[in-house]
Design a protein around this ligand. Structure first.
Ligand SMILES: Nc1ncnc2c1ncn2[C@@H]1O[C@H](COP(=O)(O)OP(=O)(O)O)[C@@H](O)[C@H]1O
Ligand SMILES: [Mg+2]
Length: 250
């Protein structure tokens, strides 16, 4: 039922990490059937979700043929489904973006149909900043989750994100936020996290600490909850997953 979209104005903040780990947690909770969709031409979500590096197929090769998307789905050991973007060179993915810009329903309609099942939760990973893919699905999004880090750039960008200017007029979905890679031992991190947290209020879904287990879990191609069940990151992402279920209803 809900279509959740994970976005950020900057790269490297942890969108794909959050999408993959929340998808794994929600699949384990059995609250929904979880489908994670990668709209980023970097095609990295598959690595976060245990799909072999050699697997290059994705929905982008089947744009306009959603009846065949089942062929490129993968199931994770936790029971989540991933729809990878697919491997493509830059010229091809620019061409695909142009097709989606011209006809947003090439993407928006199949995702709407997947999310139409009342027991299915769709969680979408995006490339940083504005994109044709994000623009195409924004009118259909039920919850926009922005991932930020507790640094000066995120603090500076926050008012534009909050006002909706970052994502443009197509966007009217409720917003919430995750602060990722938080390090309480730095001088600036706690100051900025406190200030961002005060502005976000109840829309702050949670804070994920910087935790080396996260990078190791990615290298092992496992969710951090499977790789390091007692880690801080597992605890933080678990709390966020529960709050997300409470928000969207499960
Ligand atoms: N909380 C965290 N602690 C430590 N490393 C993290 C954390 N979150 C993400 N990372 C690491 O940061 C890098 C970028 O994360 P990624 O999810 O790919 O970002 P994005 O999708 O926003 O570009 C990855 O190597 C990931 O393992
Ligand atoms: Mg990413």
């Amino acid at each position: 039922m809900p279509l959740i979209c994970c976005v950020s104005p900057k790269g490297g903040v942890g969108k794909s990490t959050v999408v993959a780990n929340v998808a794994a947690n929600l699949a384990r909770l059995r609250s929904h059937r979880v489908v994670a969709v990668d709209l980023d031409p970097q095609n990295m979500l598959r690595l976060h979700m245990g799909v072999p590096l050699s697997e290059n197929r994705g929905f982008i090769h089947l744009l306009g043929q959603p009846q065949y998307w089942y062929q490129i789905r993968h199931e994770t050991p936790e029971g989540a489904t991933i729809l990878p973007y697919g491997g493509m060179d830059m010229a091809q993915s620019v061409e695909m973006s142009a097709r989606v810009r011209q006809n947003p329903d090439l993407l928006a309609e199949p995702l709407r149909q997947i999310a139409a099942d009342p027991r299915t939760l769709v969680i979408v990973d995006t490339e940083p900043g504005p994109s044709a893919m994000l623009h195409a699905i924004l009118p259909r999004v039920d919850l926009l989750v922005t991932v930020l880090t507790a640094d000066a750039a995120s603090a500076a960008l926050f008012s534009d994100i909050e006002s909706g200017r970052t994502y443009g007029a197509a966007h009217s979905a409720p917003q919430c936020f995750i602060i990722n890679q938080f390090d309480p031992m730095t001088r600036l991190g706690p100051v900025i996290a406190r200030s961002l947290g005060a502005q976000m209020g109840r829309r702050l879904l949670g804070i994920v600490h910087r935790d080396e287990h996260m990078g190791e879990a990615l290298a092992a191609q496992k969710p951090v909850a499977a790789y390091a069940p007692r880690s801080q990151a597992t605890h933080d992402l678990g709390a966020i997953s529960h709050r997300l279920v409470a928000m969207v209803g499960g």
